[in-house]
Every structure is written in C-alpha cells, then in structure tokens.
Design a binder for this molecule. Sequence first.
Ligand code: FE2
Length: 429
Amino acid sequence: MSFDLLLRGVNLVDGRHGVDVGVRGGRIAAVERDLPMEAGEVIEAAGQLLSAPFVDAHFHMDSTLSLGRPRLNQSGTLLEGIALWGELKPDLTVDAVVQRALAYCDMAAAQGLLHIRSHVDICDPRLLAVDALLEVRRQVAHYIDLQLVAFPQDGYLRAPGAIDNLKRALDKGVDVIGGIPHFERTMDDGSESIARLCHLAAERGLPVDMHCDETDDPLSRHIEMLSAETIRHGLQGRVTGSHLTSMHSMDNYYVSKLLPLMAEAGIHAIANPLINITLQGRHDSYPKRRGMTRVPELLAAGIPVALGQDCCMDPWYSFGCADMLEVASMGAHVAQMTSLAGISACYAGVTDTAARVLGLEDYGLREGGPADMVLLQAADPFEAIRLKATRLAVIRRGRVIARSPARTSTLNLPGRPPEISLQFRPGSL
Ligand code: FE2
C-alpha cells in the first residue's frame, strides 16, 4: 500500500492525536496510527492540527480589495458603504473586478480557505460584476469552490430593473437567490420582496440567502416573514438569513417566540462578527451595542450558525485578509463564547457548520473524503483560534497548493531559550 501523500502524527479536530493521514488519487485513503511510510511525499507534522479547509459562508467578492476607490467610508456606517459602492459601480470594469477577486482568491488559498459563498450585486443592468465573478468561479474551480448569490444591493423592489436583473443573473448561472428586505423603501416592501423571492426560489428549485435585518432597529423583523415564507413554500433547510443583527436589539419576549419559528422553518443563520461589530451601534452614544445576532441562543435553539468574513478592504470594511480564524476569534469575543464548547462552535462556524449552511456535499476530513485539508501550526482548534495559526500547508485534492513557514521568534535574552513559538499547552486541557 503506498500513498501519494502522507501526513504523519497529526491531531484532528475530533480530538484524535498522533494519527497518520494517507492520501491517494486526490482522496483520503486512510486515517490511522502508524501507517506504512511508503508515499510520494511525507509531511512530518507531529502534534499539529490537520483540519478540513475553512469555509466562508458570506462574502462580497465583487467589491473586495477596492479600498479607497473612490474614497474611504468616513462615517463607518452600512449606508455610507452602500453609497460609496454606488459611486464606484459606474467605473467598474470586468477585468478590474476579475483581477481583484483573483488576488483575494490567492490570499484565500494561502489561508486554507477553499469554499466561499459570495454575494454579487445584480443592480447594475450591465451585470458586469456577475460576468466577472462567473469568470473567476471558472478560473479558480480547481482550488476554490465559489458559490454565487444574486444580491440586489440597492433593493429588489427599490432599484429600477432589479427584478429582471436578478432573473438574468440566475439564467447566467448564479447559484443562490439573495435579497435585502431592510433596504427596501418600507417594511411592507421588505415583506413583499421576501414573498416574491421565496416564490422564485420555489419555482426554480434554488436556495435562498438574504441579507436580513442588518440594522440596529429592534422592529426590523423580516426574519419572521422569511421564516413564514420558507414554511409556506416548503423551502425548509434551503433558506439562510445573513446578518440578522436586529435580533441583538429585539425584545427578549419576542425573540422567545421567533427562535422556535426559525427552527421550525429550518432556517440557517450567518453572523459576520468583524463587520457587525464595526458597522452596528453607530447611532448609539453609550452604551454602544455590539450589533451581532444572538449566536449562542440560535445554536441552543438548534439553528446552525456560520460565521462569515463578509468584507475585506472594501467600502464597508478596511481590514481583513481571508483569515477565517480571525473571524472565529472575533465571533468568540463578541458573542462571549469563551467556554470550550463555545470555542468549538466558533471553529465549526468557519468549517463544518458553514459547510452545512452552504449545502456542501463532499466536505470533511474522513476516510474516503476529498483530500482537501489545512495543516495548522496549532495543537487543536482552541489554539488555532487563539494564535490565528500559521497555515503550514494547504492541500487541495491531494496536492499541496500553499505552504507557509512555521512562525517562531529568536530571543536574545540571557537565561531564556533562544527560539520560541507562541504554542503553549496548559496541562489542564
Ligand atoms: Fe454581506
């Protein structure tokens, strides 16, 4: 028995330690201790974490890396971000969007982020961003799975032509139906947009992923309508509410009624901690709300919650580098998910749970599964999040597509060791 690639002595997310993982023909052929050393390539990885790749359930690849064009967001609000994107849109070219998106995908591959769901704005009648991201999806297919959501950024009912543009985007091959009910002109229009988009999803047999209630207004309750329409159209398990930030500010009694409704509808939720903590609460004095949705409460109600990056160097967010461990870390902080179970749920939010939200069928580190993996300079998911661990190797279909050197520091301190890493294992865990 010989392997194309053998990773020796790794730790796995499920808690197994010191196992070998053998890869053959682009798939995981064996996961057990002391596999024979016959392999085309052997990676000695004793004590380091081998994980399924990262999954970003919510991103905007058409605007990524456009920071500063034509100017920076001064107020830091969602609404100025939308206005700023509107200023940039007339000057976009397919080539510029493709080049920026490919540069982001390089970053993602280096960070072990191999599955991305990106929203793409369909309000420009040229559908220029759609054409660009369809081209990117084709070009990166051998290393990144890119799902696209038809996203009416300026409103499905509010933006002239958006209804027709959204259909045309789906006809071109966009995978998922998006929406933005809280940005329609009125609450009633928001409800109407949800009803129409869910009807379209049922008609076309497509999933739905709406930006929903991305506001601090506790009376923004479009998630209720989205849940009800999901049930009415039999779309259970195929509908996602992204952001859901108004839930942070809602009355507790109302939320106690809402959570079971969302569970009944089989709704998936996506929180975007980096963006929610910076965009929300901007109209508050003190105390300032965090604005992220109620992640622990959603999870306790049986609703899967993924954590998304949302933005990277664009009109809404100036930071980011495709690092889903940074997203998980911010999620743990903002939601105060600091127990071991909470930290584990945050790790799942950028791996397993996100894969479930995206409906990925061939995902997971298991015998017979695809040899898509990331080797981290960390002993376990807790340490991976704490350190935003270095991706020592990223593997796609059995091939190492990216490597990074281990992070160490050289000390010049008398009586202290000359070289240290930031890995530190407390004895009690
Ligand atoms: Fe978004």
